[in-house]
Design a protein around this ligand. Structure first.
Ligand SMILES: NC(=O)c1ccc[n+]([C@@H]2O[C@H](COP(=O)([O-])OP(=O)(O)OC[C@H]3O[C@@H](n4cnc5c(N)ncnc54)[C@H](O)[C@@H]3O)[C@@H](O)[C@H]2O)c1
Length: 301
């Protein structure tokens, strides 16, 4: 999608982080925006920020894990703006997984929000794009959709699926006039990690010995440290927009992720080593973090 001025865009998860930065940047690019989120308070704040620039923007509450919400949002979009030129499926969540005692409700929630949302969005928006032979679909996946990182397994599973779906759609829809891109962010300074903590599945023994309040504090400060080295969402979104304008399938913000993908294709043994080392490195860094609080986390592994 080369030209953004006066084109229509729908964004999910626009109340915070990458979605919010997309909304602000695309408003500056002259797009007509319809923003959505399940968090109406945050959404209204973003709407106000855009309106302060003298730009008209529409907003709607939309829980992307519900087909009916996406259908309602589409109806409202069509009546206010007409056809969707740029569809950004951005909303997503992470929830920690305790492998020894998996909480299937948490798994289901992550699959519903991160994967079914994109499938619902295709069902609702694609037929009209196909009729017009026009449109650009941008799915926000993750670097964790390209390699088995240290993110929760449920998160990795859904992000791999979104990457796969995007590739499948790319080759089928491009000849029909519709572009598909998939964004694979590395580490962006947003609320996704802190919000994931709210539903953290702590090991029962750890919970009994250390207590939820202390654990929330320890993991919270680990997330804050992580975020200190992360890229600002405004900077990331500038990179994404440049690549969307080139109609690229894969959209990256980090060379490191590209190197990992290359390694997977080059040498499987080295790649396996890398996965093990990566996991160990993350575990060591968490071990050191807990040591600062006088706790040996290995007692709970
Ligand atoms: N921040 C990163 O480092 C990073 C890395 C890789 C991928 N991502 C992906 O980027 C996307 C945006 O996340 P972010 O980092 O900006 O996080 P964020 O938490 O700041 O923003 C996510 C937004 O999605 C909304 N949301 C959550 N559940 C929803 C639902 N059911 N329906 C509608 N909206 C919902 C939240 O209210 C929030 O406004 C996500 O898909 C995330 O997985 C982020």
């Amino acid at each position: 999608m080369k030209e953004f001025i006066n084109k229509n865009c729908f964004i999910t998860g626009a109340a915070s982080g990458i979605g919010r930065s997309f909304a602000l940047a695309l408003a500056n690019e002259g797009m007509k925006l319809f923003i959505s989120d399940v968090n109406t308070e945050g959404l209204e704040q973003v709407k106000k920020e855009i309106e302060q620039k003298g730009i008209i923007v529409h907003s709607i509450k939309c829980d992307v894990s519900k087909l009916s919400d996406i259908e309602n949002a589409a109806k409202a979009f069509y009546s206010k703006l007409g056809d969707v030129d740029l569809l950004i499926n951005n909303a997503g969540i992470g929830r920690a997984v305790n492998l020894a005692n998996m909480n299937l409700e948490n798994w289901k929630k992550v699959v519903d929000v991160n994967l079914w949302s994109v499938i619902y969005s295709m069902k609702v928006f694609l037929p009209r794009m196909l009729e017009r032979k026009s449109g650009h679909i941008v799915n926000v996946a993750s670097g964790a959709g390209l390699f088995g990182s240290s993110e929760p397994p449920s998160y990795i599973t859904t992000k791999f699926a979104v990457v796969g779906l995007s590739e499948a759609l790319f080759s089928r829809l491009k000849p029909l006039g519709i572009n598909v891109s998939v964004i694979t962010p590395a580490l962006i300074r947003t609320n996704v990690f802190h919000s994931g903590l709210k539903n953290m599945e702590y090991d029962p023994k750890m919970l009994k010995d250390i207590g939820k309040e202390k654990l929330d504090e320890i993991y919270g400060s680990a997330m804050t440290n992580l975020m200190n080295s992360a890229m600002s969402p405004d900077v990331a979104v500038r990179k994404y927009i440049r690549q969307i304008k080139k109609d690229q399938l894969y959209i990256f913000d980090s060379q490191q992720i590209k190197h990992i993908v290359a390694l997977k294709g080059k040498n499987m043994k080295e790649y396996e080593e890398f996965l093990l080392n990566y996991q160990e490195m993350q575990a060591n860094s968490m071990k050191e973090h807990f040591q600062q609080y006088g706790i040996n986390i290995e007692d709970y592994w």
